[in-house]
Design a binder for this molecule. Structure first.
Ligand code: ADP
Ligand code: UDP
Length: 236
């Protein structure tokens, strides 16, 4: 597989073309941002961990019947994935109150919901990824009603699989963000990444945060938290 020109550089990853028009290479960086890019930093070794963890989760999800963009890990930081046109909606599932949910509704973090919640934000950095409901997404032609129903079904399935998987690692899956994309034939598959950058993960016993909130909130031990998640995933 021939790595060709860089197509895009985002906040956490670069995307490269390949000699196959249906495949791209994602290259994970150590750069970290929070609060819509206002806070910037680096988390040493994050790119490697997020690459390996995403690929690990995508393979588990594939086995459970969730189609993903994963094709093959090429190096510590690079993975070959199916090229998609990203649906410009961030899909967020929450099992427990935290982050923007707790802030928006004036509740404490840690309320365990009877059922997970589903929310959408418009993936648009200039606007700060505003919260959006399904009617707004359809009005703006970001997705059809049928596609949104499909995103919802797939997102809840991802939650079921990941919640059970993390539970046996003594980790609580609090919430997460995923992105979907459409392949050339219009099929919707899970894309982007699944990592401590995009999930809230708490230790089941101590409730210690093992995710990007350590960076967002200057809690210290950021690298160690990412390494701890990796250690549990790899069963060391
Ligand atoms: P951001 O754009 O939010 O700064 P990243 O730094 O993670 O995010 O950049 C990676 C970009 O690649 C994101 O815009 C993401 O939507 C996009 N992407 C993820 N998976 C794929 C894929 N399989 N094909 C094409 N683009 C993808
Ligand atoms: N999230 C993400 N990217 C974003 C916004 C949120 O990966 O641009 C993840 C975040 O890590 C958390 C979940 O989505 O696991 C819910 O985030 P929330 O809405 O609480 O936002 P935040 O606290 O980041 O403002």
């Amino acid at each position: 597989m021939q790595k060709k020109e860089q197509m895009y550089e985002g906040k956490a990853k670069k995307v490269f073309a390949t000699d196959d028009p249906n495949l791209v290479i994602v290259d994970y960086k150590d750069d970290a941002t929070a609060f819509n890019g206002e806070k910037k930093g680096t988390i040493a070794g994050k790119g490697v961990i997020n690459n390996v963890m995403s690929n690990h989760m995508f393979q588990i999800l594939e086995k459970q019947g969730v189609p993903t963009h994963f094709v093959e890990q090429l190096s510590e930081r690079e993975t070959l994935v199916k090229k998609v046109s990203i649906v410009p909606l961030e899909v967020i599932i929450r099992n427990i109150s935290a982050g923007s949910f707790a802030k928006r509704y004036g509740v404490e973090e840690g309320i365990v919901f009877d059922d997970p919640t589903f929310e959408l934000s418009y993936k648009n950095d200039d606007l700060g990824d505003p919260l959006m409901n399904d009617y707004h997404a359809i009005a703006l032609k970001l997705a059809t009603r049928e596609e949104i129903e499909q995103l919802k079904t797939m997102a809840f399935k991802v939650n079921d699989v990941m919640k059970a998987y993390f539970d046996q690692l003594n980790v609580i899956l609090v919430d997460f963000k995923i992105e979907f994309g459409k392949t050339a034939d219009g099929t919707i598959i899970l894309a982007d990444e699944i990592s401590p950058d995009t999930c809230r993960l708490w230790d089941k016993d101590t409730k210690e945060k093992l995710d990007k909130d350590r960076f967002r909130r200057d809690l210290g031990g950021v690298e160690e938290a990412y390494q701890e998640v990796m250690r549990r995933l790899m069963g060391e």
